[in-house]
Design a protein around this ligand. Structure first.
Ligand SMILES: Nc1ncnc2c1ncn2[C@@H]1O[C@H](COP(=O)(O)OP(=O)(O)OP(=O)(O)O)[C@@H](O)[C@H]1O
Length: 260
């Protein structure tokens, strides 16, 4: 994408966003609430009105669905359909509605359900799942779509800690297998650990793009995120752990509770 911009009611929600996603990239899109991460993902996919250039947005819907899978932040399932059928919808870009599911596709669905520990849910209604279970089912639908690019908007939200790590490992593995991943997330520790590259957004602009260690500096953590963080060294590497507000007393700090 080049110089992507989104404005609403005279306010710029996204300005001058340029970014390329290559095979092998696991790019973490990070930034405080309201920084413009969802806006960038949606504009990149052509889902909202924008200015500038995005190669995905310029494709027709069928071609785009073969190029990029999208996991939106909202996880609404309108119909009480079985999990297996919901996941099978990921095949539509490859075969068209109503076509019979070939054996290879059925095997792919079963393999993805197994890989995400969802086999036991396959016949359950998707509307009867817990939030974290549904999140995994929607990821399964994107994986069945089998696209070279995956854009995911806060896919870790609502997952338990083990599932969050499993998700981040999976996204990293997919990148290592040659896909391009662009994932928005708030856990800076996971961003630093699992992403090959981080793009930082602040007030609708990309303010940094590079390797995690170069991007997550003490100064940036303080100015962009309002955080102080430390590093924990373990046998498996170095981990970033935010532990305090950088500016206690500023508007990010919680107001005191009277009478508590
Ligand atoms: N249709 C719209 N009209 C007006 N403002 C909007 C619209 N959509 C989003 N915004 C505003 O644009 C800004 C960026 O929103 P966006 O959802 O992209 O942020 P985000 O970085 O994904 O935030 P979060 O981490 O909270 O999910 C916010 O201030 C939001 O209120």
């Amino acid at each position: 994408m080049r110089e992507l911009g989104v404005s609403r009611h005279g306010r710029a929600l996204l300005s001058g966003a340029s970014l390329s996603l290559r095979p092998g990239d696991c790019v973490g899109l990070i930034g405080p609430n309201g920084a413009g991460k969802t806006t960038l993902l949606r504009a990149a996919l052509g889902l909202i009105r924008h200015t500038g250039h995005s190669s995905l947005a310029e494709m027709n819907a069928a071609a785009r669905a073969r190029h990029a899978g999208f996991l939106p932040q909202t996880r609404t399932v309108a119909w009480p359909m079985p999990v297996r059928d919901l996941v099978a919808l990921g095949l539509l870009p490859h075969r068209g509605p109503g076509a019979a599911t070939p054996d290879s596709a059925t095997r792919r669905i079963e393999a993805v359900l197994d890989a995400l520990d969802l086999a036991a849910f396959a016949d359950r209604s998707a509307t009867d799942l817990s939030g974290g279970e549904l999140a995994r089912v929607l990821l399964a639908r994107v994986l069945v779509q089998d696209t070279p690019l995956i854009l995911a908007d806060e896919p870790a939200a609502g997952l338990d800690p083990a599932q969050q790590i499993a998700l981040m490992q999976r996204l990293r593995q997919l990148a290592e297998g040659g896909r391009g991943i662009l994932v928005s997330l708030h856990d800076l520790g996971h961003a630093a650990r699992f992403c090959t590259r981080l793009v930082v957004m602040e007030r609708g602009r990309i303010v940094a793009d590079g390797e995690p260690a170069a991007v997550l500096t003490e100064a940036r953590l303080a100015t962009v995120f309002g955080l102080r963080a430390g590093f924990i060294d373990t046998a498996e590497g170095r981990f970033l752990l935010p532990y305090a507000l950088a500016h206690p007393g500023a508007d990010r700090a919680p107001a005191p509770l009277h009478g508590a």
